[in-house]
Write a protein that binds this ligand. Structure first.
Ligand code: MRU
Length: 354
């Protein structure tokens, strides 16, 4: 593919969530998976922002990378008049798309730093596109590094089973995946017996996306209702619960997909390891604790119905926070590309992230 954001060595990596073409961005519409593989062409920052809000593209790192491409598109299509104001407006719009994943704001800050150094629209157009591609490539490299770091923590001597939640794979990242990248690496090394994938109500990232990704790569997967996780852990086969993150605060608290917190409680009860795998772009040392993280609430229709089919009485009141916060005390390891924080607390986080 021309203008591929991925280095040649990694192009054979399989599923991707986005394709960059210089003047446009293609996003795989994750709302339609696994029934339909439909690519949407986005030509401006407003379109990217809308796609993030509507969850055409989702997953913390993928949101950040798409937003970076959104800024690059804003420069590419700026009118030539007050181009600086146009790019600033695009950054504001992208920042308002979703509130919880800090990777979005991290990527926009990186783009903003480059933008402030540009003296002409032509320069901005070239440099912002290059920066977005670098953000994309860095994320893939981080995922590959994290998989190695995670296996050093797990050091399984024989194949193990793991349980995961939501989708943290190629669809949620620049490629390969975070928690799902660890699972891929276990499989590559013949160290994986089974992945139990929580279906992840209400948006069904587990059943629609994770099960699809794993099946595509012939990685053994068993899909389970979220409520079955306790029974699975009680059976004693699962050695690790492995999840991703949307934001990790200075004390090691982790915001991730709703239902992650209950898994951490279950893992501790059953003496199963609980591992969070996330690139350092997910770390937010500016927030002291998880209680400071803005938690997105989405429309009640996501719980009340599925593709327009009612699942509950019409108009019933719904509470639909789409993330929860797992306290650091329930986490055995936070694995990043920069290293691992064991039994996370403020000291361990500061040692690695300053
Ligand atoms: O609402 P989503 O699908 O964007 O939520 C995604 C998650 O919670 C993931 O676990 C997280 O972003 C990590 S993805 C590598």
């Amino acid at each position: 593919m021309a203008n591929s954001p991925l280095p040649p060595s990694s192009r054979a990596i399989g599923t991707v969530a986005m394709r960059w073409h210089g003047a446009s961005l293609e996003l795989l519409d994750q709302r339609l998976l696994p029934m339909e593989e439909h690519w949407i062409t986005v030509e401006g920052a407003s379109g990217v922002s809308q796609c993030i809000r509507d969850m055409v593209v989702r997953g913390a790192p993928a949101i950040g990378i798409s937003a970076a491409y959104g800024v690059a598109l804003a420069a590419r299509h700026a009118g030539g008049g007050d181009w600086k104001a146009e790019i600033k407006q695009a950054i504001r719009e992208l920042a308002a798309s979703r509130p919880t994943a800090v990777n979005l704001f991290w990527a926009l800050q990186r783009m903003e730093r480059v933008f402030h150094k540009c003296h002409s629209l032509d320069e901005a157009s070239k440099r912002l596109a290059a920066e977005a591609v670098t953000i994309h490539e860095d994320d893939l490299a981080a995922n590959l590094a994290m998989a190695g770091n995670a296996l050093e923590v797990m050091h399984p001597e024989a194949p193990i089973s793991v349980l995961t939640h939501c989708n943290t794979g190629a669809l949620a990242t620049g490629g390969y995946g975070t928690a799902l990248g660890v699972i891929r690496r276990l499989h590559e090394k013949n160290l994986l017996t089974m992945v139990y994938a929580d279906e992840t109500r209400p948006w069904l990232q587990g059943s629609r996306l994770t099960a699809w990704e794993l099946a595509q790569d012939s990685i053994p997967v068993t899909l389970n209702a979220d409520g079955a996780a306790a029974a699975i852990l009680a059976q004693g086969d699962v050695r690790w619960v492995v999840v991703g993150a949307d934001r990790i605060t200075a004390n090691g608290d982790v915001a991730n997909k709703i239902g992650t917190y209950s898994l951490a409680v279950l893992a501790r009860h059953h003496k199963v390891g609980f591992m969070v795998v996330a690139p350092s772009s997910t770390i937010d040392m500016s927030l002291a604790a998880g209680t400071d993280i803005p938690i997105e609430e989405r429309d009640g229709s996501e719980v009340r119905e599925i593709r327009g089919i009612p699942l509950a009485p019409e108009g019933i009141k719904v509470f639909n926070p789409v993330f929860d916060v797992t306290p650091a005390s329930l986490i055995d390891a936070i694995v990043t590309e920069k290293g691992v924080v064991h039994n996370p607390n403020i000291t361990g986080m500061r040692d690695l992230f300053g």
